[in-house]
Design a protein around this ligand. Structure first.
Ligand code: NAI
Length: 295
């Protein structure tokens, strides 16, 4: 599989594109927004510069990686020659189902269509295609070039052969895949999101402030990042979408998103990507201030 198409060029899409380009694949990065594509290329370039500075890659690896990436604003042209597809567009099932209908029409019958979804049912995504056996979850973690784990989610109809192929691909490219079954939140978010939601509930009920909650989890539980700052990095809106999927899919009120989380998303405070979340990133992501609302 040399030609890989990545659909969606946001937080995750640019990382996935960089990862496949760095491992020698021809990547066609597709997004409906030209701005998102331009920003993705800038982010990838910045990341590669940082890796050169840290002596993790050589100078000419940067030009090789960048020359492996082309961009497109349409699935029809951008994914038509793909041998493998990873979709990383917005976490909204209506959008995703439409994208998979298009991919199914556009890509050759043997092509595996993977989704980086954090929580949407792989079985449901597969059901709108004529190849549910070849639809699978390939859930990378943020930041993709750095994080070791790939959660490989087999839908109800995903074949053993396709699951094995994706597990092998992830291993060959230097990641550690784990196979999980297709239930809301899969394994990673089934465990992570209730913790993040509880941290937000604790803030909402005045148990402690932003800095205190994050410090408790960093210094007390040895987490590298506190849950509120982690929510900002994931995207506060992405956390809300995942909790909604879990609450609806599992029918248990314990997954109901905190009203504060809902308010933040409604107000457009979506975390690092908008410059505001629990912290204020207007001066960058290093040592951010607590957001005005929580001071
Ligand atoms: P994002 O909001 O940063 O980027 C989404 C991108 O999709 C945007 O650039 C948007 O223009 C594009 N898009 C929307 N409709 C499209 C379409 N029809 N065709 C092509 N592109 C389209 O979202 P993010 O955070 O990158 O998430 C992407 C996926 O990855 C979601 O499914 C999310 O659940 C998942 N994910 C996110 C993680 C995170 O830490 N943010 C971690 C792991 C998975």
């Amino acid at each position: 599989m040399n030609r890989v198409s990545v659909i969606g060029a946001g937080t995750m899409g640019n990382g996935i594109a960089q990862f496949f380009a760095q491992t020698g694949h021809q990547v066609s990065l597709v997004d409906v927004s030209q701005d998102a594509l331009d920003n993705a290329l800038k982010t990838i370039e910045k990341n590669l510069d940082r890796m050169i500075k840290k002596e993790k890659i050589a100078e000419d690896d940067k030009s090789k990686t960048l020359s492996n990436i082309s961009t497109d604003t349409s699935v029809e042209s951008g994914a038509k020659n793909a041998e493998f597809v990873v979709e990383a567009a917005v976490e909204d099932s209506n959008f995703k189902l439409d994208i998979f209908r298009d991919l199914d029409k556009t890509c050759a019958d043997e092509v595996i269509l993977a989704s980086n979804t954090s929580s949407i049912s792989i079985t449901q995504i597969g059901s709108v295609t004529n190849r549910p056996d070849k639809v699978i979850g390939m859930h990378f973690m943020n930041p993709v070039p750095v994080m070791q784990l790939v959660e490989v989610i087999r839908g109800y109809a995903t074949s053993d052969e396709v699951t094995n192929q994706v597990m092998t691909l992830a291993k060959e490219l230097g990641k550690t895949p784990v196979e999980v079954n297709d239930y809301p939140g899969f394994a990673a978010n089934r465990i992570l999101m209730p913790m993040i939601n509880e941290a937000i509930e604790s803030l909402y009920h005045g148990v402690a402030g932003v800095e205190e909650i994050d410090t408790v989890m960093k210094l007390g539980m040895a987490h590298p990042m506190g849950p509120l700052q982690f929510a900002d990095f994931i995207g506060v809106d992405v956390c809300l979408s995942i909790l909604n999927v879990m609450q609806n899919g599992l029918g248990n009120p314990k997954y109901a998103p905190c009203p504060l989380l809902v308010n933040m998303v409604t107000a457009g405070h979506r975390g690092v990507k908008t410059g505001q979340g629990f912290y204020d990133y207007s001066e960058g992501t290093k040592n951010p201030k607590i957001a005005k609302q929580f001071r």
